[in-house]
Design a protein around this ligand. Structure first.
Ligand code: B12
Length: 357
């Protein structure tokens, strides 16, 4: 009996299996695994496996000369990852696109060090149903148990497919299980970075980046709205540097501060230096947080303009865009650079006059 390549992914190179690849674990048996064995080992119904192969191209790479399907180890890993993603609410086609775009190493990483545990049920597989039978029937607990990296992958898959509904569902489920700060650090920021990397590599359109950030803005603003009655006191000012369009970290901060009962004056992205200084003079905050993702120009009028500040003001700067060695005018202004979300929150929530450095 001879074996033939039957799967487009096997021929295309996307995730192609190299016979000697040490990542792939056990050698493939001469004829690969039949669908019944894969079903037993991964705990996924055989009709679901056939449907994923027929409709979404996630199936066996090999067929016998008698045209029987045979799964390689890599095929099994693809199926296992597909099961995880669909269990988290990612539509089957988006999950398939994502899985088929990954190489063997990425799939192994996504599944964890152990890869396919032959003979065990794939995490979430018991809840896996054919998406045509029950596309929405994903128990929330599956998402809660899924580790952050898996959710990030699901968000990226939803971005790829411009699937707003799934993305919103994932965002909401993340928020239901985590405080907004943890949600940002563990899931949202990594997902954004991944989306940004894929965009830079030309593997994702800017429209996917827009969708990812627009929907996230809604979720973060909802947290601010929900906490509106809790906030009190002199607001801290949150602003994007002049010409800086990125402002999601500011929204995440506003949401987290609101949860702590700290009021903010949210000025959004691209705040010109003179407008910022005017806002500072009017509101006389104890702290202002400034975000920059994009490299700032060599000369920043803001630092000079801060000479008008005549009250104790902590200027907290965050984001990769700020240069080193910024000098502020001598006087009551103190400049603090923060490199992570938690430190920014601590700097902005500490008591007046006693800001954390
Ligand atoms: C969403 C997004 C957009 C959206 C912004 C929408 C919005 N409302 O904010 C849109 C589509 C508008 C956009 C536009 C552009 N974007 Co953009 N965008 C992004 C994306 C995907 C996320 C931005 C974000 O929120 N980052 C914040 C966090 C998630 O990422 P981070 O800063 O790397 O996080 C580090 C630290 O800052 C820290 N951290 C994380 N969170 C927090 C929070 C706080 C408070 C602190 C203190 C620290 C901290 O942890 C990380 C360290 O490991 C990033 C990818 C990226 N890596 O940032 C690209 C990215 C920032 N964009 C990029 C580019 C090039 C642009 C454009 C110039 C594209 C263009 N040609 O028009 C324009 C910007 C124009 C301008 N003048 O500002 C590049 C910037 C490269 C560079 N260094 O110059 C990036 C990095 C994408 C990439 N990989 O190349 N973008």
């Amino acid at each position: 009996m001879t074996l033939m390549n039957a799967h487009p992914a096997a021929a295309s190179g996307a995730g192609r299996q190299e016979p000697d690849d040490p990542e792939l674990g056990d050698p493939v048996p001469e004829l690969g695994w039949p669908v019944g064995v894969v079903s037993d080992r991964l705990g996924i119904a055989a009709p679901t496996l056939r449907s994923w192969d027929r409709r979404h191209g996630v199936g066996p790479s090999l067929r016998t000369s008698g045209n029987h399907r045979r799964y390689t180890e890599l095929d099994m890993r693809r199926v296992q990852l597909m099961a995880r993603l669909t269990a988290q609410g990612v539509p089957a086609q988006s999950a398939a696109d994502s899985v088929l775009a990954m190489d063997a190493r990425s799939i192994a990483e996504r599944l964890g060090a152990g890869g396919v545990t032959v003979g065990a049920t794939a995490p979430g597989a018991a809840a896996v149903v054919d998406d045509e039978i029950d596309r929405d029937g994903v128990p929330e607990s599956d998402v809660a148990q899924a580790d952050a990296a898996d959710i990030v992958e699901s968000i990226v898959a939803a971005a790829r497919a411009l699937d707003a509904r799934t993305m919103s569902l994932l965002y909401r489920q993340v928020m239901r299980r985590r405080e907004v700060g943890a949600a940002w650090v563990e899931v949202f920021a990594p997902a954004l970075r991944r989306v940004g990397d894929l965009w830079r590599e030309g593997r994702l359109g800017v429209q996917a980046e827009h969708l990812t950030s627009e929907l996230l803005q809604s979720e973060l603003r909802a947290v601010v709205r929900a906490n509106r009655l809790r906030v009190a006191g002199r607001p801290v000012v949150l602003a994007g540097a002049d010409d800086e369009q990125h402002h999601l970290p500011l929204l995440a901060l506003e949401a987290e501060l609101a949860r702590h009962g700290v009021a903010s004056l949210f000025l959004g992205p691209r705040v010109p230096s003179e407008a910022l200084v005017a806002a500072l003079r009017e509101s006389r905050p104890r702290a202002v947080f400034l975000w920059a993702s994009i490299a700032r120009p060599g000369v920043e009028p803001l630092w000079r303009d801060l000479a008008v500040v005549d009250w104790d003001l902590e200027v907290v700067i965050g984001g990769p865009g700020w240069a080193d060695g910024i000098v502020v005018p001598a006087g009551p202004v103190v400049l603090t650079r923060v490199t992570d979300f938690g430190t920014a929150v601590r700097a902005l929530t500490s008591s007046p006059g006693g800001l954390t450095r």
